[in-house]
Design a protein around this ligand. Structure first.
Ligand code: HAM
Length: 427
């Protein structure tokens, strides 16, 4: 046993694990293609400054950062959005809008380890830049939903919980939250599900300095579970009414796409990151057993602050860790067995050259081919072929080589047939 182990929160991908990862990333790429997104990537190491302020305190606490040998303050990327904002800002002028880009970076966060949260993960990032209309929000939500549908998950398995920071802002102001306390109040209500009413009121009055009455009014906002209920309670406030109208439009578009069952209005979705400005959402398993599978939303000011180009933007991140758990729970992980089309057997050393030639020809024709590196008895080679799960075995003895054929056995049926090598090599 080696005395070395992977660091806590970091994974080794043995072939079976890698096959699952490849399945996940491959499915993401396929759906991104269907939606017309183009793939990009950036550096895994960035200037520390890119994340300070932009991402907010939660992520900054979790940074893997250090001073490099040139004295630069650097950080491993904990998320992709600031890199995207930087890259797009530099080129956006010359690219037709909307820009639709996706990426699957490996990200690093020094998190407290818990189920569904590691210190590295792969995260699909899908972002739309340069479109401020709500149609883009609906399209983004549809893409997030379809990413999961493509794995065989249905509305019984997951739901997108959708809110809007502008709506929440209007409601919080209506409840009597001072404007300069909004960010702090977002952070407090972000923990709404985990903390009880009393504790929240204590934090709102203590940390954010709200009056008892305003704190009570803030907590009451979240009792409303439907868009209509919010409209009934607060719709007389014109600012609230305008924000509600946009949300209703977004839901109507999702309805038209046939995806209404997958989305639910939920004001408790705030999002931990600092840069969101509009519709925000998170995807969860319906049983409520796992952490968020996906999170995202609109961040219309970030490009101006990071990239120097004023472009509205929206996007989401979907991690591989929770998704993999959900697929495993629902029995939706793919078969990871390797596929061997042919195992080629040389009966004696004398047929070795002919066997190598056949192996190579079959591979050129596109087949997956295995053979033994050492010539052993035919029985042993047969065993090796079975152990690998080979579909067919091609045996070359002196007679076969002389006749330009191979004795091909189909392993499932046991059927054996002499097949001309020429025929085997036809693509
Ligand atoms: P986020 O909510 O921090 O958003 O992460 C998005 C998703 O990545 C989470 O829902 C979760 O599935 C996964 N994830 C995050 N941290 C971990 C972790 N430590 N271990 C395993 N999985 C994790 C963002 O990062 C935004 N930048 C997404 C975005 C893109 N917004 C706009 N564009």
């Amino acid at each position: 046993m080696s005395k070395f182990k992977a660091l806590p929160g970091f994974r080794d991908f043995y072939p079976d694990d890698f096959a699952v990862r490849a399945h996940i990333v491959g499915t993401w790429r396929e759906v991104a293609r269907r939606y017309g997104f183009q793939e990009y990537d950036g550096p895994p190491l960035e200037p520390l400054e890119l994340y300070v302020e932009k991402s907010g305190p939660e992520i900054v606490q979790q940074l893997y950062n250090f001073t490099d040998k040139g004295g630069r303050e650097v950080a491993m990327r904990p998320e992709m959005t600031p890199t995207l904002a930087r890259m797009a800002g530099a080129r956006a002028g010359g690219i037709p809008k909307p820009i639709k880009w996706f990426s699957v970076p490996q990200l690093f966060r020094y998190e407290r380890q818990q189920r569904g949260r590691l210190r590295e993960h792969f995260q699909l990032n899908l972002d739309i830049l340069g479109e401020e209309g709500v149609a883009a929000d609906a399209e983004l939500l549809a893409a997030a939903v379809d990413m999961l549908r493509a794995f065989g998950l249905t509305a019984a398995d997951f739901v997108a919980r959708v809110s809007d920071r502008r709506l929440l802002r209007a409601l919080l102001l209506h409840a009597g939250t001072p404007e300069d306390q909004l960010t702090l109040v977002y952070n407090i209500v972000d923990k709404l599900e985990r903390e009880g009413r009393e504790r929240l009121i204590a934090r709102l009055t203590g940390e954010a300095g709200l009056t008892e009455e305003a704190a009570g009014a803030v907590v009451d906002i979240f009792r409303h579970r439907e868009l209509d209920a919010v409209r009934e309670a607060y719709g007389a406030d014109p600012e609230v009414a305008a924000e509600l109208a946009r949300m209703a439009e977004c839901f109507a578009m999702l309805e038209a796409m046939g995806l209404r069952d997958y989305v639910r209005f939920d004001l408790t979705i705030v999002r931990g990151l600092a840069y969101y400005t509009g519709i925000v959402f998170e995807l969860f398993d319906t049983r409520g057993e796992l952490r968020a599978i996906c999170g995202g939303g609109r961040y219309d000011d970030l490009l101006k602050r990071v990239g120097g180009t004023d472009l509205p933007a929206l996007g989401f991140g979907m991690g591989d860790v929770v998704l993999r758990e959900l697929l495993a729970d629902r029995g939706l992980l793919p078969e990871t067995a390797r596929r061997v089309d042919f195992y080629v057997i040389a009966v004696t050393e004398a047929e070795r050259s002919a066997a190598l030639s056949l192996v190579h020809g079959l591979r050129d024709a596109g087949h997956s081919v295995e053979y033994g590196f050492r010539v052993q008895g035919v029985g042993k080679q047969m065993k090796a072929a079975s152990a690998l799960g080979a579909a067919r075995v091609a045996v070359l003895g002196a007679d076969e080589v002389a006749a330009g054929v191979a004795n091909v056995k189909t392993m499932e049926t046991g059927e054996e047939r002499r097949v001309p090598v020429e025929e085997l090599l036809r693509p």
